[in-house]
Ligand binder design. Structure first.
Ligand code: CP
Length: 305
C-alpha cells in the first residue's frame, strides 16, 4: 500500500507483518545507537489539526530513528488560522516535495481526501471518530507481547465508543486477528450499528468485564459532546469507571489498557492506571515501534526505491 489510511482494507497477514516488523523496532529503540538509514534523504511532514502528545511525538521520533528529515507543521500558527482550506494546505505542502505526510484531522474522511490531493504517502494519525490505525496496531503489539497471540482472547473495550476512532480501529483489527470483542458503554455513548461490527454489546460493565483477558478503557471525549451524553462525571465513574471492584470481574491476570490521554477519576481509577495490571506506559513505547514499522513499510513504496 502507498498509504496507511485505516485498518479497514488491511489483510490479517499484512497486520501481522507490521507487528513483526515493529518487534524489531522495539529492539532497535532499546539500543544505545537507535538510527537506521531506511528513510535517509526523505522528508516527513507531521500535519496535526488536533492536539496530540503521544502520536505526534512518536511519529517524529520514529521518522528520525529511520533517518528522515521530520518537519512538524504548527497548525496553530499556520495560515489555516487565516482560513486556508485543508486541500489548499495540502497542495502547498505537496509543492515542497515531501515523501510522507502524517495527518490528524477532526473530520472523519479528511485524511482520505488529502491522500487524493498529494503525490506522496499519507498516514492517518486519527480522523474524527473514524480511524486511528497506528493506535490499534500498537495496542495489538502490546497485547501480543504479553499474551503471545490475539486469537481467542476476550477484549472488552469500555466507555465513550461513540466518539472513538480508537475503538473503531481496534474492533476491526481485533476481529481480523480472531479475538472476541465486547463493547461496554451506556446507550448514549454507543454508535448506531455497532452490533453489526461483530461485537457483543453490554451496558452493565460488570457483565461486560466478566472473564475478559484485556480491559481497554477509553477517554470520555467531553470536548466532542454538545448534548447530555452522561448524567454527571461522578455517576459516570460509578457505573463505567474502572476501579478495583469492577476489574475483579475480569479474568485473573487481566491486563488494563488506555490509549491516553487519561481522565483520572473519570473513566479510570488512578490506583488501576498505575497498578500492576496496567500496560499504559508500555503502550507508549510500542507506539514508537509501530510507527517505525509503518514508515518502513511505506518506504518500500516510495519512488526510486
Ligand atoms: N492515544 C493518542 O492518540 O494520544 P494523543 O492524542 O496524545 O496523540
Amino acid at each position: 500500500h502507498r498509504h496507511l489510511l485505516g485498518i479497514e482494507g488491511l489483510q490479517p497477514n499484512e497486520i501481522v507483518a507490521l507487528l513483526d516488523q515493529a518487534e524489531a523496532a522495539v529492539e532497535i529503540s532499546r539500543q544505545v545507537e537507535k538510527k537506521k538509514a531506511v528513510l535517509r534523504g526523505r522528508t516527513q511532514i507531521n500535519l496535526f489539526f488536533e492536539a496530540s502528545t503521544r502520536t505526534q511525538s512518536s511519529f517524529e521520533i520514529a521518522g528520525k530513528r529511520l533517518g528522515a528529515d521530520v518537519m512538524n507543521m504548527s497548525v496553530a500558527s499556520s495560515s489555516v488560522k487565516k482560513g486556508e482550506t485543508l486541500i489548499d494546505t495540502a497542495a502547498t505542502l505537496n509543492a515542497m516535495h515531501p515523501d510522507i505526510i502524517v495527518v490528524r484531522h477532526h473530520a472523519a474522511g479528511a485524511v482520505h481526501l488529502l491522500a487524493q490531493k498529494v503525490g506522496c504517502s499519507v498516514v492517518n494519525a486519527g480522523d474524527g471518530a473514524h480511524e486511528h490505525p497506528t493506535q490499534a496496531l500498537l495496542d495489538a503489539l502490546t497485547i501480543r507481547r504479553h499474551k503471545g497471540s490475539i486469537a481467542g482472547l476476550t477484549v472488552a473495550i469500555c466507555g465513550d465508543i461513540l466518539h472513538s476512532r480508537v475503538a473503531r480501529s481496534n474492533i476491526i483489527l481485533l476481529n481480523a486477528l480472531g479475538a472476541r470483542v465486547r463493547i461496554v458503554a451506556p446507550s448514549t455513548l454507543l454508535p448506531n450499528g455497532i452490533a453489526q461490527m461483530g461485537v457483543e454489546v453490554f451496558q452493565d460493565m460488570r457483565k461486560g468485564l466478566a472473564g475478559a483477558d484485556i480491559v481497554m478503557m477509553l477517554r470520555l471525549q467531553r470536548e466532542r459532546m454538545q448534548g447530555a451524553f452522561i448524567p454527571s462525571v461522578r455517576e459516570y465513574f460509578r457505573y463505567y469507571g474502572l476501579d478495583r471492584d469492577k476489574l475483579a470481574e475480569a479474568a485473573e491476570g487481566a491486563l488494563v489498557m488506555h490509549p491516553g490521554p487519561m481522565n483520572r477519576g473519570v473513566e479510570i481509577d488512578p490506583e488501576i492506571a498505575d497498578g500492576p495490571q496496567s500496560l499504559i506506559r508500555e503502550q507508549v513505547e510500542m507506539g514508537v515501534a509501530v510507527r517505525m514499522a509503518v514508515l518502513e513499510a511505506l518506504a518500500a513504496h516510495l519512488p526510486n526505491k
